[in-house]
Design a protein around this ligand. Structure first.
Ligand code: HEM
Length: 372
């Protein structure tokens, strides 16, 4: 909680500074606006203001659809590599074995954060570009000190090269999508199994300020539906994909007073105690075997007294979403099938399916554009 107070104080100071600076704070008018990030919102806006980027056009539904088994197509010599998908799976399995199941949650979130900013083009993985310098998406407030699993994607990239006879043919965007598929399979203990279409190229741009496309934990249902709609996803997808909050962790600084007082009071007390000694808490207190990284429908049973964020609790705030929450809580198989389909749908956001020199490529390493 100490970290949360410090950040909130910093937010107030930055806002005051912006006021003192006076008319030149007109700059702030040009700044992006984070939605649903609560007390941190003004700090986030101030931090991000003035950074490059911002000519963001929401991705359109791809005219050139992805296909299943792109790397298995022997008619396309350039990308033919039938062992590519298995190499990614092995890398994810190895990482989860070595680091624990939490890293699987990290990979699923990486995939979501990639999809929502410039589409599924691995822009979230870049840590330096000509246009943005170090201020790539990784530095964006929703991502910084929060995302994990980059090392797994790097290892999977190396593994695909080895599996493809040393050739660089598998895009980082595809690797991330396949890894998210594999993490879903492993964390659901085999219950969520689906094929992920492939054929994405990697982009060459990434801007921290474009992470305003990501909803925050204080978002209302209207915010969530609007932000998902921009990406071609609907209200049903909001409810389905939020089920990923049955795994992983969250930083204590996001546990607002308002939210804590709306939760089950015993649980809120436990969270407060954990946050005295830890910077993070698990998102799901009730998964079987107390494994906080079981991807299951427990999340829907936790709403609204045992979920961490307002953005989770608001799924009960409309009749339609409430019905879906209840249906998912009652029927694990339905949730699993819906989640698989929604992950594939998310994997189609803003995909780049052709090689345009200078714009798209197959990256040599996932954290840097080629010929940087
Ligand atoms: C609906 C809007 C969403 C909001 C407002 C939201 C917000 C958040 C926040 C604030 C955290 C904690 C981050 C931190 O403390 O550093 C988090 C964690 C997480 N989110 Fe979401 N999220 C949303 C949707 C999604 C979706 C669509 C997915 C994936 C399908 C997802 C997967 C995760 C996972 C797996 C974690 C835990 C990550 C880890 O343990 O490393 N979230 N989310």
């Amino acid at each position: 909680m100490a970290a949360s107070k410090k950040l909130a104080t910093a937010a107030v100071l930055v806002s005051l500074l912006a006021l003192l600076v006076g008319p030149s704070a007109g700059l702030l008018d040009l700044c992006p606006v984070f939605v649903g990030w609560g007390a941190l919102q003004s700090l986030l806006n101030s931090l991000i203001c003035g950074l490059p980027g911002g000519n963001y056009t929401p991705p359109t539904v791809p005219s050139n659809p992805l296909g299943f088994g792109y790397y298995n197509n022997s008619n396309n010599n350039a990308s033919y590599c039938p062992d590519a998908e298995a190499a990614v799976t092995a890398a994810v399995e190895k990482a989860i074995k070595q680091q624990g199941r939490g890293v699987g949650a990290g990979i699923i979130r990486l995939f979501f954060h990639d999809a929502f900013v410039r589409g599924c083009d691995a822009s979230v993985l870049l840590n330096n570009t000509v246009a943005a310098g170090n201020n790539t998406e990784r530095e964006g407030p929703p991502n910084k000190d929060s995302l994990r699993g980059f090392d797994v994607i790097d290892a999977a990239k190396e593994a695909t090269k080895a599996a493809c006879g040393g050739r660089n043919v598998v895009s980082c965007a595809d690797i991330l999508a396949l890894a998210a598929r594999d993490a879903s399979h492993i964390l659901s203990n085999g219950r969520i199994k689906f094929a992920m279409p492939t054929g994405r190229f990697d982009g060459r741009e990434s801007f921290a300020r474009e992470t305003i496309q990501l909803p925050g934990p204080d978002s209302t249902l209207e915010d969530l539906v609007r932000m998902f709609k921009v990406q071609g996803l609907n209200e049903t997808d909001v409810v389905t994909l939020s089920g990923a909050h049955s795994i992983g962790r969250a930083r204590c600084l996001f546990l607002t007073k308002d939210r804590l007082s709306a939760m089950n009071s015993t649980y809120a007390g436990q969270l407060n105690e954990t946050c005295k000694i830890n910077d993070t808490v698990n998102q799901d207190p009730f998964s079987p075997d107390r494994d906080p990284n079981n991807l299951d429908n427990q999340y829907y049973k936790n709403i609204d007294k045992f979920v961490l964020f307002k953005s989770d609790a608001v799924l009960l705030s409309s009749e339609t979403t409430k019905k879906q929450v209840e249906a998912n809580a009652a029927n694990a198989t339905k949730f699993e099938a819906d989640f698989a389909a929604a992950m594939v749908k998310m994997g189609n956001i803003g995909v780049k399916t052709t090689h345009v020199p200078g714009v798209t490529e197959i990256r040599e390493v996932c954290w840097r554009v080629n010929n940087a």
